[in-house]
Design a protein around this ligand. Structure first.
Ligand SMILES: [Zn+2]
Length: 269
């Protein structure tokens, strides 16, 4: 039973644990480490689900994932309302340096440059925090791996989305081959073009796995795109018998609101 934890670097509405996923990630890493857990790569979990590595490779493990792929996953920023913020990558480096352990996480990226530029204005401060300049550098360093979080997230604040019916705010609306190609296949190709490598794991926007995507499109077409698994936000731990196209995750702020609650959720206390 392996917990996959989800953080959002754009979640900054204050300085406290509950209002700031940067504060939460740094605290959680310390608490989880003290409780005897180690951080493994999402790739290792995917290998385990596919039977390519044994239980020993995932013993006492947690997996870290970051959703939406803003620059705050990678770099430190000066937030206009809440001051200096350590980027998620910096938090991982701080932890690694303090404890002498190596670790990695996976960022789930929104592929479309146009969608990210628009989301930077509608969801962030319009300071150019949703670029892709860091993607290839991240792959080179190996600290942060790159996954796919669709072409444009069908985000409701976008003027146009890549969907035949213009559906927004509900990823289960991706229920045809053409719409799935537009949101999944095109995203993988764009991430490969911009980062140099295709993603191995897909994260459904809002965690919403439609029956079509998880039951038909991804099992048939995912491997040809380089995809081997997909993650939802069904709030439970991953079991060895889980379907690789609907792996569950726990989400910071929704499924735990303090390090103590996190330890309870992952079975540490
Ligand atoms: Zn998202």
């Amino acid at each position: 039973m392996i917990p996959v934890l989800t953080y959002h670097s754009i979640n900054i509405t204050g300085h406290g644990y509950a209002e700031n996923d940067h504060v939460a990630l740094a605290r959680d890493l310390e608490v989880v480490h003290r409780a005897g857990y180690r951080v493994i790569a999402l790739d290792t979990l995917v290998d385990w689900i596919h039977g390519r590595v044994g239980d020993g490779d995932v013993a006492n493990a947690v997996v870290l994932t970051f959703d939406d792929g803003s620059c705050l996953d990678w770099q430190d920023v000066e937030h206009p309302s809440f001051g200096p913020q350590r980027g998620f990558a910096g938090i991982l480096r701080d932890f690694s340096g303090a404890h002498g352990v190596s670790l990695s996480a996976t960022s789930f990226l929104i592929a479309s440059p146009q969608a990210r530029a628009e989301l930077d204005r509608t969801c962030l401060a319009g300071l150019g925090w949703w670029g892709h300049e860091w993607w290839a550098e991240a792959l080179d360093e190996g600290l942060i791996d790159l996954g796919s979080h669709s072409w444009d997230h069908l985000h409701p604040t976008l003027d146009t989305v890549a969907h035949s019916r213009g559906a927004r705010g509900d990823f289960t609306a991706v229920d045809t081959r053409a719409d799935a190609d537009a949101q999944v296949a095109r995203a993988s190709a764009e991430i490969q073009r911009l980062a140099g490598r295709a993603p191995r794991v897909f994260a459904y926007p809002w965690g919403q796995a439609s029956a079509y995507l998880s039951g038909q499109y991804l099992p048939r077409n995912g491997p040809g795109l380089g995809l081997e698994a997909a993650v939802t936000t069904e709030p439970r731990l991953v079991q060895p018998s889980d379907n690789p196209w609907t792996l569950p995750r726990l989400t910071c702020g929704d499924d735990w609101k303090s390090p103590e609650q996190l330890l309870e959720r992952i079975g540490g206390s």
